[in-house]
Design a protein around this ligand. Structure first.
Ligand code: 2YJ
Length: 269
């Protein structure tokens, strides 16, 4: 699992309006609307939650410690979706205590292994891995049209790739999986009863690509169809600099936003 780096999210808060506009251009939804759409909720339900709920983000020091701007970025995404949010002054358990003392109704926190949202009174927990998978599949469907009966290539069979495969199946899409770790790919293929991509150069046969790899810059010019859509929760992004420019309007990708928004919507159920 990729651990975020400060330099990847350093500009997230400054760029949040641009990022939201990008999501609107690709999916037709702003942050609040996307949180609702990704969870099949009405926009009014999420708008109403934005008025009633107070969201705390607690920095967690365990493992490799606090990532500069991580909590502030999560709080900013949630604020941009129309909710009141704050980062606790205290960390860890003391931060959790502070969030309750300041009447937060939801809390978000992440250590090196997991990023969770928790609605205290509804007792709903949202896992970023599952939400990220759902959010990026929903975003792809907004951009490219219905995935029903459509072959959709999943690159990477790690935890997010696995959740993407399950969610695509639930939407009656036709997932095909690939991982450079052939043993892992075979195991997931058997478990979920899915075909595999035998040769990575066959990537060009697909126009719907979900990229959950975390290698960075391994997709070069000529490897994709002109009309390919790439929905990529994987960080760093797999496309090299030249491809990022060519596919600028056909890549769905951010560092935190889509996953966090989908978690937020899930806590509004
Ligand atoms: O509070 C902090 O600043 C840190 N403890 C945040 C740690 C963020 N965690 C990660 O980046 C992990 N790789 C888990 C992310 C799950 C994404 N699916």
């Amino acid at each position: 699992m990729t651990r975020l780096k400060t330099e990847w999210i350093d500009e997230l808060i400054n760029n949040i309006m641009t990022n939201e506009q990008r999501l609107i251009d690709l999916t037709g939804y702003n942050y609040l609307e996307f949180a609702a759409h990704a969870n099949h909720l009405s926009q009014d339900a999420v708008k109403q939650a934005g008025v009633c709920e107070l969201v705390a983000v607690v920095p967690i020091t365990s493992g490799l410690g606090v990532i500069g701007r991580f909590s502030e970025s999560v709080a900013a995404i949630i604020r941009q979706a129309g909710f009141n949010s704050f980062v606790t002054e205290n960390t860890d358990i003391d931060g959790l205590y502070e969030s309750r003392a300041r009447n937060a109704t939801m809390v978000f926190f992440a250590d090196d292994n997991r990023f969770l949202g928790w609605h205290f009174s509804k007792n709903i927990i949202s896992d970023n891995n599952i939400s990220t998978a759902r959010g990026y599949v929903e975003a792809l469907e907004c951009a490219a049209g219905s995935l029903n009966d459509k072959a959709t290539l999943i690159l990477g069979c790690g935890v997010v790739g696995y959740e993407i495969a399950k969610y695509l199946k639930s939407k009656n899409a036709i997932p095909i999986i690939y991982d450079k770790n052939h043993e892992l790919m075979k195991r997931i293929s058997i478990e979920l009863d899915l075909p595999v991509l035998k040769n990575i150069m066959e990537i060009k046969s697909y126009d719907l690509i979900m990229d959950a790899t975390s290698e960075g810059e391994w997709i070069h010019k000529g490897m994709l169809q002109d009309k390919a859509w790439i929905s990529s929760p994987g960080v760093p992004l797999s496309l090299d600099d030249e491809m990022k420019v060519i596919y600028e309007h056909r890549i769905i990708h951010d560092q935190l936003d889509i996953g966090t928004l989908t978690m937020l919507g899930e806590l509004c159920r």
